[in-house]
Design a protein around this ligand. Structure first.
Ligand code: CTP
Length: 401
């Protein structure tokens, strides 16, 4: 970490005092930090205490001629490997989500192409407000990373999510984002969760997929340094750190978002895509007194795995499918490799409680080998698969033939 640099933006919240500890921890880890202190941030911590810890100038004012001649705000935003906003107040988050640039902090965030990590801190109601949630979702889709907020007692006396993560947790997230893992520079797509196919505006066809395995794989690939897009159907899971999540509902939307993520080095298709959708989705709610629904006719959905696997210049180098089977697991999975044109299949036996559960037992099948993995946590399956993927992209396969 010793050659890494962080630009820390300290917003105006009571949690600003924790940022001083964060600077200390960064220095201990060998990471150099430089700070921007917003006007509101300076109400909570002084430039003198921030500057003594960073051992650098503290940047405060957008229209300071000396600052601009020494280091313009554009250069400042590019002088780091990572920008960390802690505390990220509701105001800073809203400004960044809307691309406002009316002070040094927001201008820096707009002027940069450096990765950004935000550690939100605010009152629970402000965090839960639809506007803040919309802004956070917008920033996540733009590729901004989040750590926290934590749940607990707040300075204002209320209880709930909104507390800024502890400095140690923020440091952990920073280390993950700064790490030069074996997948650094590689582009990955993971599809996850169910798809939802509308019958009418209020009813739909779907399945029991929780998204846990796909989310764990997206997180594991990001931990190894990959640039990960997670195309997800509706789940209750937070976006993993370092992952760009694109939320979709239908199989068609999932296909479109997956194709938009090309070019890719690796695609891991974990989503439980609904195989069929109602031939027609009614525009208005179907009513019982109008004769109800006699039958729903279904049409087959596009196969996303097969579409991406078609030979051609745009085909990802490595394509991994999942197969949910209840019997003849290896035989059915091998048939799926041939039918869909992918490179590997991770086959799991879903006759037990795999769907929605925390554990999984899988068989990794490639064109020329297979390996049965022990029963383990979905997180562990994800980490092992990410390592296999890194080996394969480096031209080394750990798989026994
Ligand atoms: N898949 C996909 N698009 C679909 C259906 C499936 O991308 N429309 C992907 C899944 O994400 C998974 C793999 O294909 O990686 C296998 O899906 P599965 O449902 O097990 O297989 P099916 O092709 O649906 O075959 P069957 O239901 O007959 O087992």
């Amino acid at each position: 970490m010793s050659d890494k640099r962080v630009l820390l933006i300290i917003g105006g919240g009571i949690a600003a005092y924790k940022s001083l500890e964060l600077i200390r921890l960064l220095a201990k880890a060998g990471v150099k930090s430089r700070a921007i202190l917003t006007k509101a941030g300076a109400e909570f911590v002084t430039p003198l205490s921030v500057g003594s810890l960073t051992q650098d100038k503290v940047y405060q004012d957008l229209f300071n001629l000396t600052d601009e001649s020494e280091m313009g705000h554009i250069e400042l935003s590019r002088s780091a490997d990572l920008i960390v906003v802690a505390p990220a107040t509701a105001d800073l988050i809203a400004k960044a989500a809307h691309g406002l640039a009316n002070d040094l902090a927001s201008t820096t965030l707009l002027a940069t192409d450096t990765p950004v990590l935000m550690a939100p801190a605010m009152n629970v109601r402000m965090w839960q407000h639809a506007a803040t949630q919309r802004n956070v979702a917008r920033l996540q889709a733009d590729g901004v990373h989040f750590v926290g907020p934590d749940e607990g007692e707040m300075a204002c006396g209320e209880y709930g999510p909104g507390r800024m993560s502890e400095p140690q947790a923020i440091l952990g997230a920073i280390k993950t984002l700064l790490a030069d893992g074996p997948l650094k520079g590689k582009r990955a797509l993971v599809t996850a969760g169910p798809t939802v196919e509308p019958i009418d505006p209020v009813r739909f066809i779907s399945n029991r997929s929780s998204g846990k395995q796909g989310y764990a794989i997206a997180a594991a690939l990001a931990e190894l340094g990959a640039d990960v897009t997670l195309v997800s159907g509706p789940t209750n899971l937070p976006a993993p750190l370092g992952v760009r999540r694109v939320s979709v509902e239908t199989a068609h939307q999932m296909l479109e978002a997956s194709e938009a993520s090309l070019p890719l080095d690796v695609a891991v298709m974990v989503a439980a895509v609904a195989d069929w959708r109602p031939a027609e989705a009614a525009d208005a709610k179907l009513k019982k007194d109008k004769g109800g629904v006699q039958a729903i006719s279904l049409v087959e959905n596009p196969d996303i795995l097969a579409t991406l696997s078609k030979p051609g210049k745009k085909r990802p180098k490595l394509i991994v499918g999942f197969a949910a089977e209840t019997d003849h697991v290896e035989e059915h999975a091998r048939a799926k490799i041939a039918k869909k044109g992918c490179d590997w299949i991770v086959a799991n036996d879903v006759s037990g409680d795999v769907m929605g559960g925390d554990n999984n037992q899988v068989l990794l099948i490639t064109k020329d080998g297979s390996e049965a993995w022990p029963h383990m946590a979905k997180d562990a399956v994800a980490k092992r698969l990410a390592i296999e993927i890194a080996q394969a992209l480096a031209g080394r396969s750990a798989l026994k033939k």
